[in-house]
Design a protein around this ligand. Structure first.
Ligand code: ATP
Length: 367
């Protein structure tokens, strides 16, 4: 029996169906370039189209395959016109976070050479931070539990637990320490910045207290910032951030702001990580407005493939996979640094084919 690592592949809907094969082609090429064996890919039909076809968006069998896989790669899911009987959206990607206890949502945010940022300051070219969004509690703990009283008052309740805050804080410090070991030029002094609203809400004051307890056990620098002030820092000096840790809802909002700093959703990869499982997916949605036009930017999905190889390489102590992950990052940089690629969301005409071919060529040229 093959002992290849097994990847559950969930392309999903909309441009998820387009960017997933692009990302996996780059993953295959990077593995070959690094001398590593290919991954075994198990395609699964999950999402809005699966719901239309079968009446269920995320079958028990697909759940079991995801649970047993070594990693999960996801495109994007949901379509505006497809709703469940109660009117709610099809969001198996959120179900997965709860099913597999993926408490750390990691959104690496790095300026890619050759991709314009909306900030005029030249230091924007050095933006390189990772936002860690706690992904199983916070305000999202209220998912499916909010209620309206007498058509007069509505309630959603935030929950912060000690156990998850300790775990995700330790995760953020570990991540900062790993990032500091990157090759010269990429490394920066490790620091974890907690973003909260501890001056107003008891739940955030508790989150900060638990974070401080974890920080006291580490040598890495710790900082704290209120969420309102953080939005100013995101615009005025985002290059000063290293690792950011924040609550689920704040992370939902701040991660889109972060993507905006480096060119938009098409450049924002993500990893949802737990103790035993991880899902890798571009941070964008299914973008129904451009699906089927060839305009989708596959960079976020390609970089998510690189994050998957990095995570698998670390977890299974396979240096060739770590190399393959680095190859993907370098190839993306090399492809865009030529200045010939300008994607549609930035006013250019480079679509999925051109970007994928550019990155594949860079992988093969030994970027
Ligand atoms: P969701 O609610 O799941 O986030 P959405 O359609 O509201 O879905 P996105 O799918 O992220 O949000 O799209 C927001 C906008 O960004 C759309 O106008 C879309 O065209 C654009 N966009 C998103 N991803 C890409 C991409 N990879 N390449 C080009 N444009 C993209």
């Amino acid at each position: 029996m093959s002992n290849a690592l097994r990847i559950a592949v969930l392309p999903g809907d909309g441009i998820g169906l387009e960017v997933t094969p692009a990302a996996l082609a780059v993953v295959d090429a990077a593995l070959a370039a690094a001398g590593a064996p290919p991954l075994q890919q198990i395609p699964l039909s999950v999402g809005a189209q699966a719901f239309l076809d079968t009446g269920t968006d995320f079958s028990d069998e697909a759940r079991r395959t995801c649970t047993e896989a070594d990693a999960i790669f996801l495109g994007a899911m949901g379509l505006p016109a497809v709703r469940k009987a109660d009117g709610t959206e099809i969001v198996p990607q959120i179900d997965l976070r709860f099913l597999l206890d993926l408490y750390a949502g990691v959104r690496p945010t790095r300026a890619i050479p050759g991709v314009p940022t909306p900030l005029a300051d030249p230091r924007a070219a050095t933006i390189d931070f990772a936002l860690v969004r706690e992904s199983t509690e916070g305000l999202f703990a209220s998912l499916g539990k909010g209620y309206v009283e007498d058509d007069a008052r509505a309630f959603d309740t935030q929950m912060i637990t000690r156990a998850v805050t300790e775990k995700v804080s330790r995760f953020a410090f570990d991540l900062a320490e790993r990032r500091a070991e990157r090759p010269a030029g990429k490394s920066r002094p490790p620091k974890v910045t907690l973003i909260d609203k501890a001056n107003v809400f008891v739940s955030f004051a508790f989150m900060r207290k638990v974070f401080d307890e974890v920080a006291a056990t580490r040598t890495t620098a710790a900082d704290r910032m209120y969420v309102d002030a953080s939005t100013l820092s995101f615009l005025q000096r985002p290059w000063d951030f290293d690792v950011i840790l924040t609550e689920n809802m704040f992370g939902d909002i701040l991660s889109d702001l972060a993507a905006g700093l480096i060119g938009g959703m098409g450049y924002a990869p993500s990893a949802d990580i737990g103790d035993g499982h991880a899902v890798f997916q571009p941070a964008h949605g299914t973008a129904p407005d451009i699906m089927g036009t060839g305009k989708a930017n596959p960079t976020a999905a390609i970089l998510s493939g690189g994050l998957m190889l990095d995570w698998l390489g670390t977890r299974h102590q396979l240096p060739a996979l770590l190399d393959a992950g680095h190859i993907i990052e370098r190839a993306v940089d090399a492809a865009f640094a030529t200045g010939r690629l300008r994607t549609a969301e930035l006013g250019g005409t480079s679509g999925i084919r051109e970007v994928t071919d550019g990155v594949l060529a860079a992988v093969r040229a030994g970027a």
